[in-house]
Write a protein that binds this ligand. Structure first.
Ligand SMILES: O=C(O)CCC(=O)C(=O)O
Length: 278
């Protein structure tokens, strides 16, 4: 459980670096499951597995695997991690929590690409309102050198900037220069941009609000940087059709526009304040 101070800090800043949440055994089990998934030997397929990096033509790689939980039981169990789900419920302020989707992002050793600055919810216009909280868990030690996350403090209060990224790569010849290069008109008057990097040990969690600006630098180290993000939504989250906007997991939605989003592919992990079993 989180303290009142931790919840207040999240509401103020839009993120919370909680630190260790998994045991070394749980972390190792997820790493093994990831290795099987990458080798194509998982019992089932994930939703997608692709290189989403900026600068692919320059050799950068960020392997994104969406819905690891469809491929591997260990990742399905991870969705229901009691400590994480309880903390998410506190941060959102809800007694019903469901999973929108999960995603692995691995920045491989030496060639791991940058994560350019973005907010999550503009990628998810088909679910409303923007009350989701993500739990980002590192499966290896993550620091600035191998591409840990960075957050812009308080930016979840700045409103959504549809489809855009707040920063760009400012110097393509230098892979370490990954931003920020802000669009000044997106920063509300009186606010300033304060970037705070979020190093965590393997098995540690960083929470962020779905409107918080975040990004991560390249990985030029010899250490990979795998991390599993689970995007959790409160029970009141609705499916809304957005003409012209499709989402990768939309084909799994069985409810009607305007209804609460639930179903087999959007597991309910807490109901009436009780964390459920997988
Ligand atoms: O793992 C990363 O570098 C980016 C993850 C991310 O953007 C997210 O979880 O919302």
């Amino acid at each position: 459980m989180l303290t009142e101070e931790q919840v207040a800090s999240f509401r103020e800043n839009g993120y919370l670096n909680y630190g260790l949440v998994l045991t070394p055994e749980q972390t190792a089990e997820l790493r093994d499951a990831l290795a099987r998934c990458k080798a194509g030997s998982s019992p089932q397929a994930a939703e997608s597995n692709r290189n989403i990096s900026w600068g692919k033509e320059k050799g950068f790689v960020v392997t994104q695997i969406v819905n690891m939980f469809q491929a591997e039981e260990a990742f399905r169990r991870h969705l229901y991690n009691e400590k994480i789900v309880q903390m998410v419920a506190q941060l959102i302020g809800t007694d019903t929590v469901r999973v929108w989707h999960d995603q692995m992002q691995e920045k491989p050793a030496l060639v791991g690409g940058p994560t350019t600055w973005h907010q999550d919810h503009p990628y998810w216009p088909i679910i409303q309102p923007a009350d989701l909280v993500s739990a980002w868990v590192a499966l290896e030690d993550a620091d600035e050198a191998n591409g840990c996350m960075s957050m812009v403090t308080g930016s979840h209060k700045w409103g959504p900037k549809n489809g855009g990224t707040i920063g760009t790569i400012t110097d393509e010849s230098d892979p370490h220069v990954w931003g920020p290069d802000y669009k000044p008109e997106w920063i509300p008057e009186g606010e300033s941009v304060k970037v705070v990097s979020q190093p965590v040990k393997a098995g540690g969690v960083v929470f962020h609000h779905c409107l918080t600006w975040h990004g991560a630098p390249v990985n030029r180290t010899e250490r990979p940087r795998p991390a599993i993000a689970v995007h959790y939504m409160p029970g009141w989250t609705r499916y809304e059709k957005e003409p012209g906007r499709e989402h990768l997991v939309e084909h799994h939605i069985t409810v009607q526009p305007g209804e609460e989003l639930k179903g087999d592919f959007f597991p309910t992990v807490m109901e009436n304040g009780v964390v459920l079993k997988p």
